[in-house]
Design a protein around this ligand. Sequence first.
Ligand SMILES: [Zn+2]
Length: 244
Amino acid sequence: MDKTIKALVLREVKYKEADRILTVLTEEGKMTMKAPGALRKTSKCSAATQQLTFSDLTLYTRVGHWQVREGTVIEGFDGLRRDLEKLSLAAYLAQVLETVSDEDVASPELLQLGLNSLFALSNGLAEDWLVKAVFELRLACLTGYTPELSGCMQCGETEGELYFDCERGGLVCGHCREYGAKRVSSACLAAMRHVVSVSAKKIFSFTLTGDAVAEFADLCEKYLLTQLDRGFSALDYYKSIRII
Ligand SMILES: [Zn+2]
């Protein structure tokens, strides 16, 4: 029996003559499927099975595996495809989503974060660095690594100079800090508190200026990579082509 899903294509790999093997993210979790003939000009699912496309896909099963019968693009994120920097950043977001999502584990919030971030990036609703940093911090929260931002994790101190410890996952005060904890400015801390606490629609609605921009961007990236305990080839590539 056919079934229809709404799916964000995270990865596509060419298979045989004209097929694609897809890894997609849906509200129900991650799925792998084959799109037979997707690379043929006459295909009914060519556009809908492109990487970084959100699509309605009609599936059928064949010897226990999902295959795409046809597809319709819901959102193509066209702005990404006109800009190599944005496209590379989007590929990093997709690689992170693929890494943290599981098959058969519902993840509507993860899908929503992915779609909102790609849409913001594609349409220039927020600057690229901000989309990246917000995605990283919010994703950390969704995968169980919400940082402790109310006060020192050890003694509860909320006043004075505060530091952020990426390993321990939160704030520490001057007395409790260990090697590696980094001083965090009040502007950066306010931005982090915003991202972890507001509703999904408001995550990009704040401004940062001056030194706090680089501070926030560095901290969010370092925090996610530290908590996931890994790097990403797509992030390395993005950094290598980014115009400074
Ligand atoms: Zn303390």
